[in-house]
Design a protein around this ligand. Structure first.
Ligand code: GAR
Length: 233
């Protein structure tokens, strides 16, 4: 996404932030947002969930919470949707929902630059590694194989280049000698369940801006991004 196309959420709003969430799997991070919304702990309204898989448990979580869901997995003939078809339907759905923010929470398809540049709101992604290290898949296994001592999760702005947009926040943990890809995944996910709601709160409060231009008072008084928000205790 070019700087010109970066959309900003800079005003401190008293209205709940309208969020659309894109998912492909279990949706444990979506559940954290649902719980925080329902408890009144986060000033958000989840206006809709898009899944590219019909078997994603995230769909059940959204439906149980009464949130509109669009499952965009197959075309009428039963064939799996190509990415272009998915993006056409997703664009129309997002335009209808008019979110202020789009959150990719375990969304596992690569989106095109054209789609990303034309979304009706800024888009952020939760990635299970300390970017810029370990873009792409199998992040936990790769971190172990490389002998990393620190690992974690990042939330970044989505741009046309995969997992390469500005990193907003990160959560960190120490890799233990006994860690496997599975144990690391579980530990990282626990951190993500704190990182995601806090990051959204910082966006709502205007502490984190998604535009390329940080306001003067921010650059003068707040630490340089990305915020390292959490260390595992
Ligand atoms: C999360 O760990 C997230 O970091 C990862 O998928 C998981 C989704 O969990 N995202 C990616 O790998 C994106 N490339 P959830 O469905 O339980 O929220």
């Amino acid at each position: 996404m070019s700087d010109d196309n970066l959309k900003s959420i800079s005003k401190i709003s008293t209205k709940p932030l309208r969020i659309a969430v894109l998912v492909s799997g279990s949706g444990s991070n979506l559940q954290v947002l649902i719980d925080a919304m329902q408890a009144g702990a986060l000033p958000i309204e989840i206006v809709g969930v898009i899944s590219n898989r019909e078997d994603a448990y995230a769909i059940t979580r959204a439906k149980d919470a009464g949130i509109p869901v669009a499952v965009l997995s197959h075309v009428a003939s039963g064939k799996r949707m190509g990415i272009k078809t998915f993006e056409t339907h997703a664009s129309a759905q997002l335009t209808a929902w008019q979110p202020d923010l789009i959150v990719l929470a375990g969304f596992m398809r690569v989106l095109s630059g054209a789609f990303i540049d034309n979304t009706p709101a800024p888009m952020i992604n939760l990635h299970p590694a300390l970017l810029p290290a370990y873009k792409g898949l199998d992040t936990h296994q790769r971190a172990i194989q490389a002998g990393e001592r620190l690992h974690g999760s990042s939330i970044h702005v989505v741009t046309a280049e995969l997992d390469a947009g500005a990193v907003l926040t990160q959560a960190l943990l120490q890799v233990n000698q006994k860690d496997t890809a599975e144990s690391l995944q579980a530990r990282v996910q626990k951190l993500e369940h704190q990182l995601l709601p806090w990051t959204i709160l910082l966006i709502v409060k205007g502490v984190i801006t998604l535009s390329s231009q940080a306001s003067n008072h921010q650059s003068a008084y707040l630490p340089t991004l990305p915020f390292k928000l959490f260390f595992e205790n």
